[in-house]
Design a protein around this ligand. Structure first.
Ligand code: ISL
Ligand code: CA
Length: 558
């Protein structure tokens, strides 16, 4: 496998709206991010992915972009962005932006012009079809945020346009070479400003199954999940290859795809040596237990399911390329509230989950606050939710017959807003995030759970993450942890998640994924203890006696 400049780095996702507010308006901003660059360096991260900061009406928190060449005034100015890129670079950090090009905002100039003249050139930038009241829609796909994928084109009662997400996010027509050229031009404009690369949003959706057609309904709304069409669609690779050749490859930029529903045989095309993306997220753990019919029917994954999914993903990719490993992002509940049993909040268990994920082969991505062990917010009321997806799922649950209390409980477990509550810097009112009123309520646990309480405190979750990052960067073990193969160890032993990373050296990662002690047979004699989430480790010649939630990282004889 070819070596790449980003392989040995740790990446970190910032959700700008909730990271640090510099001017007291309750909304995080770029000057806030700049003020925390030294913090990010101290943590050890070297790639920072910023969720969208472009001008946006915020129907989907910035994933509805109305100008690809600007910065939303809520977040700052283009000068702030340039300063961020430059100051980050001085600290050895590459800035990666979000590339949202499956759709734009209905307030983007392209869409406005398409509405003015649907038959003109900008009409071809979207999927617009003739339609008359009473006729069937061109297809019965259900948009990700609920309801049909079709909406009346403003000003044209006899025309409709396609949107895979919110109706304020019209899909761009990638079949049109003019549109594709506009996108590539924009990407290169940003790369010329010194950006390290992009995280690429919802990208598998850019290829539509054409002509549009129906699938059997999967709920009583007569619609069918849009993912169903993705399974039948061919040809997305052609667009993405072209995009990479015209943009990322010219700059040796980093690119990580938000790829769902990919076909196994396509993995080399996606993330192989000459793949069109540097990396792609591993969502296999996230998909566990999710029921397409609604969050209220979903179940939380068990330790065994988590382990098997992670091992399967590692085997599937093996040495083809690098997955990007996460326990959470801005679209998911907090990993520690999702993959650990309900109510389990010990630091040991949080470190176990984080360490098991972080040390897998691939590129580790942390999501802001993960390094503190931030948790789902509890006690949500309906009115406190901001996220469109959550509000839709609440309705879905009500329609399925749940009581309002049951529906609220169900969506509280899965809501994307759990990850979007402000970063907990300290115990002051506003959690050090803002001096004003935060745009989304804080998690009330910020008084105890915050950076100030953990920084420099031996044994804290934060210091544990710093050690993980340092170990992966170390001269002694870096090569093994970055490039070594992953070999599951005793995969059938219940609630034990253990694996070897085999490279120059052999490192064993052994996690007791339960609240009871558990013995584990060693694959080879112990050489050295590298990391431990507890104070002691009980081992004899052939066995590790793991305490509840213990995670031990040890070098063994190779
Ligand atoms: O169900 C999915 C894939 O099978 C979805 O998870 C979907 O791909 C995902 O929601 C896409 O997310 C991204 O694009 C959205 C935005 O709301 C999210 O925040 C973003 O991460 C629309 O831009
Ligand atoms: Ca602000």
């Amino acid at each position: 496998m070819q070596r790449k400049w980003w392989h040995g780095k740790t990446a970190y996702q910032i959700y700008p709206k909730s990271f640090c507010d510099s001017n007291g308006d309750g909304i995080g901003d770029l000057r806030g991010v700049i003020s925390k660059l030294d913090y990010l360096r101290e943590l050890g991260v070297e790639i920072v992915w910023l969720s969208p900061v472009y001008p946006s009406p915020m129907a989907d928190q910035g994933y509805d972009i109305s100008d690809y060449y600007g910065i939303d005034p809520r977040f700052g100015t283009m000068d702030d962005m340039d300063e961020l890129i430059a100051k980050a670079r001085e600290r050895g950090i590459s800035i990666v932006m979000d590339l949202v090009v499956n759709h734009c905002s209905d307030e983007h100039e392209w869409f406005r012009r398409a509405c003015e003249d649907p038959d003109g050139p900008y009409g071809q930038f979207f999927y617009i079809r003739d339609w008359h009241e009473g006729e069937p829609l061109p297809c019965n796909w259900r948009s990700y945020f609920g309801g049909p994928c079709w909406e009346t084109l403003p000003g044209h009662p006899d025309k409709i346009y396609f949107h895979a997400f919110h109706k304020k996010q019209p899909d761009l027509n990638w079949e049109n070479p003019k549109l594709r050229r506009e996108i590539y031009k924009m990407i290169n404009w940003w790369l010329d400003r010194g950006l390290g690369g992009f995280r690429i949003d919802a990208i598998i959706n850019i290829k539509k199954l054409l002509p549009f057609r129906d699938f059997p309904a999967d709920r009583d709304d007569g619609l069918c999940a849009i993912q169903r069409m993705l399974a039948e669609t061919e040809g997305v690779n052609v667009f993405l290859r072209e995009m990479a050749d015209e943009t990322f490859c010219l700059y040796d930029a980093f690119s990580v795809g938000e790829v769902f529903n990919e076909k196994t045989e396509d993995l080399p095309l996606i993330i192989g040596d000459d793949g069109y993306f540097s990396s792609m997220f591993d969502f296999s753990e996230h998909l566990l237990g999710l029921d397409r019919r609604g969050w209220h029917l979903s179940h939380l994954p068990t330790a065994e399911e988590y382990k098997q999914a992670a091992f399967a993903a590692q085997a599937r990719v093996a040495d083809i390329g690098f997955l990007s490993n996460i326990i959470e992002n801005h679209d998911e509940p907090r990993g520690v509230s999702h993959y650990l049993p309900q109510g389990e909040r010990s630091d040991a268990a949080k470190k176990l989950l984080g360490g098991l994920n972080f040390l897998l082969r691939g590129l580790p991505f942390l999501y802001q606050g993960q390094e503190l062990g931030m948790e789902n917010r509890t006690g949500w009321t309906l009115g406190e939710f901001d996220d469109v997806n959550t509000l839709d799922q609440y309705e879905v649950a009500l329609r399925a017959g749940l009581t309002p209390e049951q529906a609220l409980r169900a969506v509280s477990l899965y809501s994307r807003d759990n990850a979007r509550t402000p970063f907990q810097w300290d115990a002051s009112p506003g959690a050090g995030f803002t001096t004003g009123t935060p745009w989304l309520p804080l998690n009330p646990n910020y008084r105890e759970l915050n950076l100030a309480a953990q920084r420099g405190r031996e044994g804290s979750v934060y210091e544990f993450y710093r050690s993980l990052i340092a170990l992966r960067k170390s001269g002694e073990y870096g090569e093994t942890l970055v490039y070594g193969e992953t070999v599951p160890w005793l995969a059938e032993q219940r609630n034990l998640m253990a694996y070897l990373r085999r490279g120059e050296r052999t490192v064993l990662v052994a996690g007791n994924f339960q609240g009871e002690p558990q013995d584990m047979r060693l694959p080879a004699p112990l050489r050295k203890l590298l990391l431990n989430n507890l104070e002691t480790l009980d081992a004899d010649g052939e066995t590790l006696h793991l305490a509840p939630w213990q995670l031990a990282v040890v070098e063994v004889e190779g």
